[in-house]
Design a protein around this ligand. Sequence first.
Ligand code: ATP
Ligand code: MG
Length: 394
Amino acid sequence: IPAVFQAAMPVLRTIENAGFDAYFVGGSVRDVLLHRHVHDVDIATSAYPEEIKELFSKTIDTGLKHGTVTILYNGESYEITTFRTESGYQDFRRPDHVSFVQNLDEDLKRRDFTINALAMNIEGEIVDLFDGLTDLKKRVIRAVGKPTERFHEDALRMIRAVRFMSQLNFQVEPQTVAAIKANHQLLSKISVERIRDEFVKMGLGPNARQAFALFLNTELADECPDFKGKREQLNVFPQLQFSPTMETSLWAVIVLLLKLKDIEISRFMRDWKNSNAMAAEVQAVVECFDSISDHAPSDYELYQFGKTTLLNTIDVAHILGEPIDSKALVDRYTALPIKEDHELAIDGRYLIQAGVRPGPRLGQLLDIIKQKVISGQLENSEEAISKFLQALIN
Ligand code: ATP
Ligand code: MG
């Protein structure tokens, strides 16, 4: 039994000793079997949330209605969810009813893919009702049960399929692909936030380019914000030499492929429900990219881009195969006399003390000094700047 599960064993034992069933389930079982890093250990149980809360001293009500309690044990947190089935799904996205059930089988049946429908008990034995182990070995993503029915229940599963394809470097099984193709329009029922979260995971996975190709071919892309009719531009993504590894780079690459400018970038980012901070970062990277691929940037430009934007832009240029001398850019950036405004030997207060009156002129003077220092024409010391100032004022 792997170490991550060993650590959680006392949790399972506590639940079992109280007379309930408990299993490790979902992504953690899959990832353990694939020797991937496990980020959260999920537990499924026959006990009701209230019963779980009585067994552990530190608990958080994560989603009582859906049967989920988080417990804190030994510095780790575990999500414990009561076995449940779902039914209804009138709106292609959410079950109308969640009902708690007494056995694991029903719970596994509601899960999306065979590789995500595995469970492990306290003895380390695997429960595998849908041949998930074979699919893990064959590296295949296959819907549990009839794919069309499963996508009608919850259309998000279609984009989850390509997301797992990218993250795990798996193929999607042909009937599952066919069902996505036939039902891609249902994705429009899903909120943009949930689509975005899966899309980003797809875009950052090791098999992103192949998964993106399937995302286009199944026409899932057409149901996403601002992607309809953009097949030609987006088709470049699967042909790229590298895939993005940072979220900012992913969005910047897409914005560049779509050839969006200024206000279009912020609108695009907003349509995808990205944060203003992310939108601003992407905007900065695109501007930096345009300038770097157009001319050798001045020291002052490098300073204004800043380190994060510069490194992100180098990543983007690498992904897009834009020939830039990234080492030279980084070396030049590293050699800048100052990296932030506060590193300047003087500030606005110093100028006021030196007799400059507060107002626009003060800002202009500060800017001139900053530019001179950054371009190496003026030493960044109070003495040198003060001398320069005297000459300028007189
Ligand atoms: P990750 O590593 O991204 O967390 P995961 O498999 O744990 O991968 P989650 O989204 O955390 O994915 O979901 C946990 C488990 O819940 C899944 O493994 C799957 O069994 C089930 N599940 C999640 N979303 C759905 C869904 N939309 N339909 C059916 N089952 C789902
Ligand atoms: Mg998970």
